[in-house]
Design a protein around this ligand. Sequence first.
Ligand code: PLP
Length: 417
Amino acid sequence: MEKQLEWTMHLDEKYYMNVFGKRIPVLFTHGKGVYLFSSENKKYMDMIGGIAVNSLGHAHPRLVRAICSQARSFLHCSNYYYIEAQAELARRLCEISFADRAFFCNSGAEANEGALKLARGYFYRKGTPRPKIISARRSFHGRTMTTIAATGQEKMQIPFAPLMPGVVHVPYNDIDALMRETDTTTCAVIIELVQGESGVFPADIQYIQAIRRLCDETGALLIVDEVQSGIARTGTLFAYQQYDIHPDILTSAKGLAGGVPIGAVLATQEASTGFCVGDHGSTFGGNPLACSAALAVLDEIEKKNLTERARKTGAFLIKKLRSLAGRHPLLAEIRGSGLLIGIGLTRPIAVSLKKMCFDSGILVGSVGDNTIRLAPPLILTQAQAASFITIFDQALSVAEAKENSSDGSAKSSGGFL
Ligand SMILES: Cc1ncc(COP(=O)(O)O)c(C=O)c1O
């Protein structure tokens, strides 16, 4: 093994908190476009994009220029002062969405914290506090104490009890269950339009429209968590635009600044009244660096029509994957839209298949034992998508051969990664 990698693995094992388990043994040193290069000088096609983060791929000239130019002027100043890039980004996001107001923070979890806090504040300020927050089972909203309470996965909650009270979880895509729980004590419904972290499960259009109706009837606020599905990933700038509804609050993060940490809470004027002066804030949130990066990402998406590119390349990938499913018994179903794709497997070998893809020079994600996830940069071309399909096809054949062999060596390692 190459020395730089070996040393880094040693340091990681000794000093880093063991939350990621055994990582894939590679050290990336640089990237270009949809490719990453390792310390062993091997080239990888990045089909996971830092889990839906690297919207412009790696070392994108416009993003690099924006970051360097901001760094040459100044990186950060306190929110005591007006910040040009912050104000511009707020305007930009409001102009391209339903929102009237924005607030910036540093991550998806922090955006969801802010959104839930805003919803609670909204009813408190109206003089009718509401305790109940409705969320979906299998959902993922982040790793902070409030967002694990909102997250519909017990395994992420149990060790950290007691959780923030008031959250009720209902089955996803089940309108009746939602109707039973939503009433005039409901403060907010928080929902992902695609449940990315549990395997890429899109919401039904009727379901999201029923949530909107129920929120209108009861006065509850609708929070859509677009941390993963937003910023052109599913073929529209935000996924809610495919559901013919407007949320009251939307959270964004991941791809918004193409790899520079940022989170955003977008809200209608009415919902934004939940925060008064002094109610919320952030040291780093909305700083010049992150906001300049986000403006560059939005510029590039608009100038190069990357929303349409994501829709078309995604449709191409989904079609090709579905045709592979006809030949590969390992493939169960292909879910998702745009460049957020879940590949359901018939056997619990997602982790080992991901490793086989890695060995073949393609980076994919796995969710649990049964799903491979793709969230490549929005700049992926159809030719690159086609070459991914060729390699993935071969990796599937190898995995199937291993599965059929008596030792069953392709079995999942069951690790976190
Ligand atoms: C839908 C959704 N919400 C929230 C989060 C949390 O974002 P972060 O890891 O930036 O805190 C994620 C992360 O995967 C996510 O997919």
